[in-house]
Ligand binder design. Structure first.
Ligand code: HEM
Ligand code: HEM
Length: 182
């Protein structure tokens, strides 16, 4: 399989970015929910520091991924009704928007609560906004709402992928998998 997309399938760069981000996002949502349920204290700070570092990693991957998406055109979609085509486009671009909005809202939230964001203790990132309690609470709501949007889109996206695979049997799932269609 080549690095670049072909008219039949996604290339290994797009596939690697897709599945790596799926993996990181899954862990990220789990760790965020766990941290959210913890009492304030050292353990929570440690977990949140990891949450922030992984979140910033996702932001960097989003930049790379969007750039690659603009350079390497995706394979044309298989034949399907127009409404499904529009829904898939909206879902995919919604995902790209969330890959930026989620980490940026988290980063702004941390700055607003006067916690500097570090990337695995290796680099300290600049504060995006000045400390501000009200803004912090607002951004907490925004962050949580965006997580809800991510989960809703992911459910829709996976349902669509499984429909293509098992009902339409149009080979769409294979386009994003490293193995060849049978
Ligand atoms: C990249 C994708 C990200 C996802 C999917 C994500 C997901 C989550 C989730 C699910 C929660 C728990 C919210 C709740 O249920 O109330 C949370 C909380 C939080 N996230 Fe993120 N997050 C991301 C990125 C970031 C980044 C980059 C930062 C900061 C640099 C960050 C900072 C926080 C903070 C401070 C909390 C609040 C935890 C608490 O005080 O209870 N997040 N996040
Ligand atoms: C939160 C998790 C996920 C996110 C954020 C996500 C995001 C995306 C995005 C943005 C695309 C469009 C790629 C492009 O052309 O630029 C895509 C395509 C695709 N995704 Fe996901 N995805 C997720 C989970 C999954 C899962 C779990 C599956 C498998 C059931 C899956 C299967 C696919 C397939 C088959 C395609 C290619 C569709 C086509 O051939 O046009 N995705 N995904």
């Amino acid at each position: 399989m080549g690095l670049r997309n072909t008219p039949e399938r996604y290339g290994s760069v797009a596939q690697a970015l897709h599945w790596l981000v799926v993996l990181l996002l899954t862990g990220q949502v789990a760790v965020g929910k766990i941290a959210d349920g913890m009492p304030d204290g050292f353990d929570k700070l440690v977990l949140l520091a990891r949450h922030k570092s992984v979140g910033i990693t996702i932001l960097a991957l989003a930049v790379i991924r969007l750039a690659w998406r603009l350079i390497d055109r995706p394979p044309p979609p298989p034949p399907m009704p127009r409404w499904q085509l529009l829904a898939s486009r909206a879902t995919h671009w919604g995902f790209y928007a969330l890959l930026f909005a989620l980490p940026l809202s988290g980063w702004m939230m941390s700055s607003a609560s006067n916690y500097p964001v570090s990337w695995f203790g290796l680099a300290q990132l600049p504060d995006l906004v000045a400390p501000d309690r009200d803004l912090k609470h607002l951004l907490e709501e925004v962050h949580e709402t965006l997580v809800g949007a991510l989960i809703a889109l992911a459910l829709l996206h996976v349902a669509a992928a499984l429909k293509h695979h098992f009902l339409d049997r149009d080979g769409l799932l294979w386009r994003m998998l490293p193995w060849r269609a049978r």
